[in-house]
Design a protein around this ligand. Structure first.
Ligand code: ADP
Length: 316
């Protein structure tokens, strides 16, 4: 089943005091996401990611085009009962506590008092806010507010979840938790569509991605196919290296650095197995082997950095 079908979606924002010119933020976007997919919306700043999500949520209206969500026209209010949304910079009533705010969100979905009590308790636990549950939101850090935002996005146990930059403002632990949460939603058969700048999150989570640039679809498909960024080297971490092992590894590869009591190596692909075999033979402890890839920013710069900017600002 198709969960999201975007057809020719276009958005022009008016510009200037007289609003006689406009900026095309989204340009004839066509996109289909299957039910059960984790789908990544990628692109540099200003690419049109938030605009796409806000259009789908009916927070803003399209200049042209349409969409279907969960098989229904996207203007269908009832369908939105089955959809969750985390905006990029969520605003909360900050005199409410996290518990009160989530309870309020549950009320908006018509949940009963007992249902809300259960669901809010469950979610506070799920996003690690049990201890801060009764603290006013104005005292929350950016990361804590993001957790509240994620909790409200799934208060209605949605079938389709839109998350705009869900990792923003989170520390490493928070990011790990959000990743786990997205994987849990995925395992439960939900469709998740999220925008991000962070490549490891995309690698860990997404079945497919769309790359947007200046409102246009630049690529669609599996991450490797789209980014064409093949792994050329791996970062290898070895604990408890003996002097003999260090010497042997230095003979094998150039990128050997000592970091505390560990060894960090950047190993080209053609040497990887030789390095692992050497660590095994000399009884070093292999801690990690991670692919070294450029960041999404590197990719965007390479793809779009020097591109001639199309004239998107048109006079009416
Ligand atoms: P992204 O989420 O990929 O960073 P956005 O969808 O926020 O991109 O923005 C796309 C383009 O639309 C940008 O050029 C941005 O400046 C413009 N834009 C976004 N929101 C508005 C608005 N409310 N009014 C005018 N221009 C806007």
């Amino acid at each position: 089943m198709v969960a999201i079908e975007i057809i020719n979606l276009t958005k022009d924002y008016p510009r200037g005091f007289w609003r006689k010119s406009y900026r095309r933020a989204l340009d004839h976007l066509d996109l289909t996401v299957q039910a059960g997919e984790v789908f990544g919306l990628l692109g540099p700043n200003g690419a049109g990611k938030s605009t796409t999500l806000k259009l789908l949520m009916r927070l803003i209206y399209p200049t042209a085009g349409t969409a279907r969500l969960l098989g229904q026209p996207f203007e269908n209010i009832e369908t939105h009962q089955r959809i969750g949304f985390l905006p990029e910079s969520p605003y909360f009533y900050d005199y409410l506590t996290a518990r009160e705010f989530l309870d309020y969100c549950g009320q908006l979905f018509g949940q009963s008092r007992s249902e809300r009590r259960r669901r809010v308790g469950e979610l506070l636990e799920r996003v690690g806010l049990v201890e801060a549950a009764d603290v006013a939101l104005r005292n929350f850090s950016r990361g804590m507010l993001q957790r509240v935002g994620i909790a409200q996005a799934i208060i209605n146990d949605p079938d389709l979840v839109f998350l705009d930059e869900p990792m923003l403002g989170l520390d490493a632990v928070g990011r790990r938790e959000v990743r786990d949460l997205i994987l849990e939603l995925h395992a439960a058969g939900k469709t998740i569509c999220f925008s991000t700048h962070v490549l490891p999150d995309v690698e860990a989570l997404c079945d497919r991605v769309a790359i947007l640039n200046r409102g246009r679809l630049h690529g669609l498909g599996g991450l490797d196919d789209i980014l064409k960024m093949k792994v050329q080297a791996s970062e290898v971490v070895v604990a408890q290296p003996s002097p003999g092992l260090v010497e042997e590894l230095r003979r094998l590869t150039d990128g050997v650095r000592i970091a505390g009591d560990k060894l960090n190596l950047t190993v080209p692909d053609d040497k990887l197995y030789a390095v692992i075999e050497c660590v095994r033979q000399k009884q070093g402890r292999l801690v990690a082997v991670n692919p070294v890839r450029p960041s999404l920013e590197d990719y965007f710069f390479q793809e779009f950095g020097t591109e001639k900017v199309p004239d998107l600002i048109k006079r009416l």
